[in-house]
Each structure stands twice: as C-alpha cells, then as structure tokens.
Design a binder for this molecule. Structure first.
Ligand SMILES: Nc1ncnc2c1ncn2[C@@H]1O[C@H](COP(=O)(O)OP(=O)(O)OP(=O)(O)O)[C@@H](O)[C@H]1O
Length: 575
C-alpha cells in the first residue's frame, strides 16, 4: 500500500470527484421508488393523468442526470486507476532495472512479468471499483434502509433481518475465498514460467520430439491453477443463489405483511412497491459491495506481491570513483564466488592480474567457471571472498555508470532487441555516427551481411534477433560492443558460431583498433586464444594454470589436454 499511495495521491481531484458523482447518481436512485410510490398512491389511485405524466417526466429527468453522473464518475475513476497503475508499473520497471543479477536470479523473470502485468492490472481494477463503489454502495444500503424505516417501521424489521443475513453470506464467502486468490496468483506464476520455457525452447522441444512431455507438464501446472480457480469460483458462485433466496424470502414476507397492512389501511399499496424496490436496490448494492471487497482483497494481495519486489533491495552498493588510477586494468586477489548461500563455490581462490591493453584468454571445460569469472569483472555479481581491483580501484568503489561505460560485454547468449541494425548498434553509444557504426561492423566482420540486408543499417531486426543466423547475431553483438569504444572488452564465447577464418579476421581487426581495449576472450578452443598475452585455465572453478600458450603447453596438464583434444578433433575432421 505504501507504494500505491504516492501515485494515487497524484489523482486527488479525480479520487474526490469520482465517488461524489457516484453519490449523486445514488441519490437519484433512492428517490425513484418514492416517485413510483406516489404515481401509484396518487396518480393511479385518483386517475390523475396529468400527475402521472408529470411524475413520468421527473423520472426521465432523473434517469438522464443519473446517467450523466455515472459517466462522469466512471471517467474520473478510470483516469485515477489507469494513472495510478501506470505509475506503479513504471516504478516496478525502474526498480527491477536497479536490482543486481543475484537478486534477479532469486526472484525469477516469470514472477516479475506476472507482477508487472496481472498484478498491476488487478490493482488498477481494484482502484477503479473502489472509487466507484466505496461511497455509493454503503450510501444506497443505509439510504434505502432509512427510507424503508420512514415508510413503515415494522416491515422494515424484515429489511434489517434480510440485510444481516446478506452481510453474513457476503462476508463469509469473501473470508473463505481470499486466501485462495493468493494461491491462485502463485500458481499463475508457475504456469507463466512453464509457458515461457516452452515458448523459448520450442525448437529444442520439437527437435527432441518432446512436445507431448512438455504439453503434459503444462497441463499439470495448468490444471493445478484451474483447480484452485474452480474451488474459489465454486465458493464465490454460492453468493448469488444464497443472497437471492434471502431477498426473495424477504420480498414474500414484505408482500405478506404489506398486503395485510394495505387491507387494514395502515399502508398504501405504492409504499409496498417502494419497499420491494428498496430491498432490490439493497441486494444489488450488497452484491456489488461483495464483488468490490473480493476485488479489493485481490488487489491487496497483488499490492503485496508488487511490494515484495519493490522491497527487494539490490545487494550491490556502488562508490563514487569515476576515473582510473593507473596500475592494473584488472586484478583478482584470492577471489571466490558462490551464487547461493549454502551452495558450492563456482570460483575458488582465483588470483591474476592484467595490464592495460593486454589480451587475456580464458579457457576451461564446460561449467569450469569462465562466464562466472568475466561476470565478476563486469560486476554482474560480487565476489563472495577476495578482492577485485578495476583500473586501480576496488571494483566496489566505482560509480555504477562510470564502471559500465568502461566495459563492454558480448554475452555467450546473444541478445538483440526488436528494431533495426542501427537501433541495436546505438545501444552501445547513442551518439555514434553512421561512419562509426560502419567501422564497428567492419571490425566485427558484419559489414557485408548488413550491406546485403534490405535497408542496410535500417534493416529490421526481430525480437531476440530471430531473423538472423547464430553467427550474424554474434557478429552484430560484437559490433554493438565495439561502438561503445570500451576500455575493457569481454567476448564470452562470442565467436562459437563463426568459422575459423572469420573469427581470426575479427580478432585481428580488434587487435588493430586505434584504441585497443584490454581484451578478455572466453573460448573453448585453444586456437582462439593461443596468441593472447596471458591465458587463464580454469578447472572446476580453480585456476589450473596461467601463462602464455607456450608456457602452458610446457607446464599445465589441463591446457595440454584441451589443446590435444582440439588437435585430435581437427585431425579427425581433416581425415
Ligand atoms: N546464475 C547462476 N546461479 C547459480 N549457479 C550458477 C549461475 N551461473 C553459473 N552457475 C554455476 O557456476 C558454475 C560455473 O558456471 P559458468 O557458467 O561460469 O561456467 P562456464 O565455464 O562458463 O561454462 P560453459 O563453458 O558451459 O559456458 C556451474 O556449476 C554453474 O552451474
């Protein structure tokens, strides 16, 4: 709630006007049964046509005014609700962007998507209905009761009893269903997560013929969600029959006693009709009130779920260092990394240093910790132990923007955005000229394929770059990193889809750049890193060797093994 209020407060005017106009509408609604009673008691009883017509015109005028009030109220309520939810969604996105990777891993992408969409929508509906009904419904319920008591005290006792029973039904059902909505929302998270996995991995699923397994898994999750929705729905569905039985019983009693009173001259027949009208109005409003309460409790649950994300603090603090202090470009001193509390170390006791402008190769078997190591240099994660120095300062003392501006990372899993070649490249530097973009494309060996594409720099890129080949995506990602003109460039296995000649041409072009960055090349192939100034060999998160290609061939068993197995493969391929 504390996150909702600041946005809600921005719509003070709308939040006051919407309920007020709804009250105005309610007043007209309350007067209608009285006018009808008078038509029956005076107009019809005395055969007074003029009175009936006059009253009829009054009814039409009140209906028009009621309609206008209702429209106005809905306009203001919608404005406040949409504005509030848009603000909340914006805050969520802003906050998520500020969270470090460890926290994002912990929360999970699907949960975040559900909170930004389904939960925010739930809050929007809650605010909208709250503004429309929180004054109107109680006003009608109490107003109709007062009107009924002013007509006849004894019959109104039936009213009071009916309202009491209706309250018990409505609130009892709400009390039972509320916790079920929370479970329902959590199950929706799981369904979203499963659906997302299925859609992202659709090609793999088909290639392995796992469509049925995946469909079954989805079915299981979906039926768990459906079962909870049905349970909550079934309980909620009791509301209408129970409340209508109560109201109809009350109407029968009112008619029974009303007829007796009319016969004995205590009550006029129009008043009995008015009493029945008031009872119907109360029923409608109580059902609305119950729906409002259900909607509000859902909105409160959603608010809580949004609040949990907003309460999650980034566990990464930044300092205010913005300029390098000479020394090593990067230095690791006894660095270890554990992703989760209580989990295994992904990196253990790693120490090395890198001078400005050097090229560092990082090699090791799969899962040996190569990506984890470069993630630490980019400060995507913080080391659990040890110290990392970046351009002469402890990496934790760097100001976030300054640190990011010095590094460019080409991730193992390339990620391009929907747009054009140009818009993707400008991600690296929004002020880069076309000439700079072309130079970057040239170095990344991407110039030719971009030129051949319809539109060149303006060629369309679909979400995730799905209209490009794996190698084209990798080259475009390298070009995007080069546009940034970084001091430190990390290529995390980013030429795995390239043939040897293209990979070599790309590395040579980067080595010959006017401002050559300190370069980290992560690769599974020794051939991609053998000319590096220093090669780090990782095995099970430990540094198994550090030196030049020649040195490592002489004294690092792991490196020799990798080299030999690669040689063997190449020999095999050549045979
Ligand atoms: N975000 C994460 N959360 C938890 N564990 C992780 C995470 N990322 C990596 N790991 C674990 O850390 C270890 C090292 O993974 P890492 O990705 O660094 O290896 P790698 O050498 O880059 O592997 P590959 O060559 O297959 O890409 C693995 O055991 C992996 O399961």
């Amino acid at each position: 709630m504390k996150y909702l209020l600041p946005f809600f407060k921005k719509y003070k005017k709308e939040s006051i006007l919407a309920p007020l106009f709804k009250m105005l509408e309610a007043m007209f609604d309350l007067i209608v049964p009285l006018v009808i009673a008078k038509i029956i008691n005076i107009g019809i009883a005395n055969g007074d046509r003029a009175y009936i017509i006059k009253s009829f015109l009054i009814l039409i005028a009140m209906a028009v005014m009621g309609l206008l009030s209702s429209f106005t109220a809905q306009y203001f309520a919608a404005k406040a609700a949409i504005g509030t939810s848009a603000g909340l969604r914006h805050k969520l996105v802003e906050h998520i962007q500020s969270l470090n990777f460890a926290k994002l891993d912990e929360i999970g992408a699907s949960t975040l998507i559900t909170r930004m969409t389904a939960d925010v929508n739930q809050v929007q509906n809650g605010v909208n209905m709250f503004l429309r009904l929180f004054l109107r419904s109680p006003f009608i319920v109490f107003g109709a009761m007062i009107m009924a008591f002013s007509i006849n005290f004894k019959i109104s006792l039936i009213f009071a009893a009916a309202i009491l029973v209706l309250f018990v039904i409505v609130f009892g059902i709400m009390f039972i269903t509320k916790p079920k909505y929370k479970i329902q929302q959590n199950r929706l998270d799981t369904v979203t997560e499963t659906a997302r996995g299925n859609l992202e991995g659709v090609r793999v699923i088909r290639a392995f013929g796992k469509e049925n397994d995946e469909t079954d898994e989805f079915k299981t999750q979906n039926s768990l969600l459906a079962r909870m929705q049905i349970t909550a729905g079934n309980i909620g569905a009791l509301m209408n029959p129970l409340s209508y039985v109560t109201v109809n019983t009350a109407i029968i009693l009112i008619l029974w006693f009303g007829a007796k009173y009319v016969n004995s001259g205590i009550l006029l027949s129009g008043n009995v009709i008015a009493l029945i009208n008031y009872l119907s109005q109360i029923l409608v409003e109580l059902v609305k009130l119950a729906n409002l309460i259900v909607l509000l409790s859902k909105a409160v649950v959603s608010c809580g779920r949004i609040g949990t994300v907003l309460d999650t603090e980034s566990t990464m603090d930044y300092g205010d260092v913005t300029t390098p202090d000479g020394g090593y470009a990067v230095r690791f001193e006894n660095v270890s990394l554990k992703y989760h509390e209580g989990g295994e170390n992904s990196l253990t006791n790693i120490s090395f240093d890198v001078k400005n402008g050097e090229t560092i190769g990082i090699i090791g078997g799969t899962g040996s910790g190569k990506t984890s190591l470069v993630n630490l240099i980019a400060r995507f994660y913080d080391a659990t132990d040890g110290k990392i120095t970046f351009m002469g300062h402890d990496i934790k003392t760097w100001e976030k923007g300054a640190l990011r501006s010095k590094i460019a990372v080409v991730m193992q899993k390339t990620q391009l955005f929907a747009g054009t070649v140009r818009s993707n490249l400008l991600y690296g530097n929004k002020n880069a000229s076309d000439a700079e973009l072309c130079t970057a494309l040239k170095s990344a060996q991407a110039e030719e394929f971009v030129r051949q594409k319809d539109g060149g720099l303006d060629a369309v890129i679909e979400q995730g770059g799905r209209n490009l080949s794996g190698g084209q995506k990798q080259r475009l990602s390298v070009a995007r990193a080069l546009v940034k003109n970084p001091d430190i460039l990390i290529l995390d296995d980013s030429s795995s889809a390239l043939d040897y000649a293209t990979d070599l041409a790309m590395r040579t072009a980067i080595a010959n750049l006017q401002k050559k960055p300190t370069l980290f090349i992560v690769s599974q192939r020794t051939v991609a890193i053998e000319h590096a100034d220093k090669i780090l060999v990782l095995e099970d998160g430990h540094l198994a060797g550090c030196g030049t290609h020649k040195e490592l061939l002489e004294n690092c068993g792991v490196y020799k093994e990798i080299y030999k197995s690669a040689e063997g493969k190449e020999d095999g391929e050549n045979e």
